[in-house]
Design a protein around this ligand. Structure first.
Ligand code: ZN
Length: 402
C-alpha cells in the first residue's frame, strides 16, 4: 500500500517540483491519512444526518501575494492556470480588499468568520467570533467530518473554532496541520511495529527524513500543540533539523504540496461540506528572494488548478461545489513599503487582492469590478451552504447564488 506510483508527471515549468518529490509527498499524505486520522476517531460517522447538498472550498492563495504579481497583466505569466484555465469558467472580483490586520492568522480568520479579527497574530488565540464551521455544524447538526481545515501554516491549530461560548470546540472544524502530522508519522514509523510494516520502516524513515532535508516549509515554525506529544528527543532533533533548514532561503519549500495531497485524501474519505485549504509557501517572500516568491506563486497556481480538477473528477463534488480562491493578504508595495518581502506596511499593495469564485454558485466568464472585502466571503459561503452567520460584518456577494 505504500508503493510509490510509477507514473511520472511533467514538470510544469521552472520551479516546479520534480516527480520523485511529488510521489513521496503523495505517499506521506496517504500514510498520515491511513495511520493517523483513524486513530483520532475521525472515521466516517455512522450517525444518520442530513448531508448538505452543496460543498464549499475556500483556498488561501498561498501566504500573500500582490495583485501586480498575479492577476494584473504583468503578473499573468506567473499564474497561467488561473488566467487561462480557471478565469474563463469563473466569476472574478478583481478588487478584493483586506481592511483588517494584514497578518496571516487574523486575515485568514476574517475569511472564515466574516468579521475582521484582532487576536494574537501567532495563533495562540482562536478567532473572536463564530466561524463558518461552527455555525454550519451547529445549525445543521453536522458531525466533525463535515468541516475541515488543512493548513500549511503551523500557527493555524486554533482556527477551526472561535472563543465564543455558544459555539467553540464542540462545533469545531477538524484542523489538520500536515507538518505536525508528518512529524508524528515519522515518530510512529520508527517507534512501533505497526505503521508501514517492519521491513519498510527503515526505508520509510529515510524517505521521511529526505523529505525534511529537502525543506518542508520555509518560514515561521511555531506549534501550539495540545493533545499530541511526540517523543521529546526525536522532536527536538527534528525541530532542529527543520529550523536549520528554514534558515536556508535558497531551498524551495514543499509544505503546500503536502497540504494539497492531504486535502485530496480528506475529500476522498469524507467528502466534507466545507473545507479551508491554507496554502502558504508564497510567504517564503519574507526571505527577500523575488524568484522564490514567484516560484511559489507558480506552484500555488498549479495546485489550485489540480484541486479544481480533483473536484471535477469526483462524483460527490462535481456540479455541487463552489471554490473560492483569494490571497489572504497582499504584500508591501515597492514604493510605499518594504517591497514584496513583507506585508506589514498596510499600504494598498498589502490590502488589494482578488477573489476568484468558480463552480456551482458562480456564473462563468464574468466578473464584478466593484470592490469587495475578505469578510464578504464567509457570509456568501453561508448562504450557499444554507446556514446563518450571525456575527458576520460582511455581506453575501449577490452575484453568487445557488
Ligand atoms: Zn508572512
Amino acid at each position: 500500500m505504500f508503493g510509490i506510483e510509477k507514473s511520472r508527471e511533467h514538470r510544469a515549468g521552472p520551479g516546479a517540483d520534480g516527480p520523485r518529490r511529488r510521489d513521496l509527498l503523495r505517499l506521506v499524505a496517504a500514510f498520515i491519512a491511513d495511520h493517523i486520522l483513524p486513530r483520532r476517531g475521525l472515521a466516517k460517522s455512522q450517525r444518520e444526518y442530513a448531508k448538505p447538498p452543496h460543498h464549499v472550498i475556500i483556498v488561501t492563495f498561498g501566504g500573500g501575494c500582490r495583485y501586480q504579481d498575479t492577476l494584473a497583466p504583468e503578473g499573468w505569466r506567473n499564474v497561467p492556470h488561473l488566467t487561462q484555465d480557471l478565469v474563463p469558467q469563473s466569476f472574478l472580483y478583481p478588487a478584493a480588499f483586506n481592511q483588517g490586520i494584514t497578518g496571516h492568522f487574523n486575515s485568514s480568520s476574517a475569511l472564515i468568520t466574516g468579521a475582521w479579527q484582532n487576536v494574537d497574530s501567532f495563533g495562540s488565540e482562536p478567532p473572536a467570533t463564530p466561524t463558518l464551521f461552527e455555525c454550519l455544524r451547529k445549525e445543521r447538526k453536522l458531525p466533525p467530518e463535515e468541516t475541515w481545515v488543512i493548513a500549511t501554516n503551523k500557527s493555524f491549530s486554533l482556527i477551526g473554532a472561535s472563543g465564543d461560548r455558544g459555539f467553540g470546540a464542540p462545533f469545531s472544524a477538524n484542523v489538520i496541520l500536515p507538518k505536525q502530522l508528518l512529524l508524528e508519522a515519522i515518530h510512529q514509523a520508527v517507534s512501533t511495529e505497526k505503521g508501514p510494516g517492519v521491513e519498510d520502516r527503515e526505508a520509510f524513515y529515510k524517505q521521511m527524513l529526505s523529505a525534511l532535508d529537502e525543506g518542508y516549509e520555509s518560514y515561521g515554525w511555531r506549534v501550539h500543540e495540545s493533545e499530541h506529544k511526540l517523543d521529546r528527543e526525536l522532536k527536538t532533533s527534528l525541530e532542529k533539523a527543520l529550523l536549520d533548514y528554514f534558515n536556508d532561503p535558497s531551498v524551495p519549500s514543499s509544505g503546500d504540496e503536502l497540504t494539497f495531497f492531504m486535502a485530496k485524501e480528506v475529500m476522498a474519505r469524507f467528502a466534507p461540506s466545507l473545507m479551508l485549504v491554507n496554502f502558504w509557501d508564497i510567504d517564503i517572500a519574507h526571505y527577500g528572494s523575488y524568484s522564490l516568491y514567484l516560484q511559489a506563486i507558480e506552484r500555488t497556481d498549479r495546485l489550485v488548478w489540480e484541486l479544481w480538477q480533483t473536484v471535477q473528477a469526483s462524483a460527490e463534488f462535481r456540479g455541487r461545489t463552489t471554490l473560492f480562491v483569494i490571497p489572504e493578504v497582499g504584500r508591501d508595495g515597492d514604493i510605499h513599503g518594504n517591497g514584496f518581502a513583507n506585508h506589514r506596511s498596510g499600504d494598498d499593495a498589502c490590502r488589494r487582492v482578488w477573489l476568484l469564485a468558480t463552480g456551482e454558485a458562480a456564473p462563468k466568464r464574468a466578473g464584478a469590478e466593484r470592490p469587495i472585502r475578505h469578510i464578504d466571503i464567509a457570509p456568501t459561503a453561508a448562504a450557499i451552504l444554507g446556514c446563518k452567520l450571525p456575527e458576520a460584518q460582511g455581506q453575501p456577494l449577490q452575484e453568487l447564488a445557488i
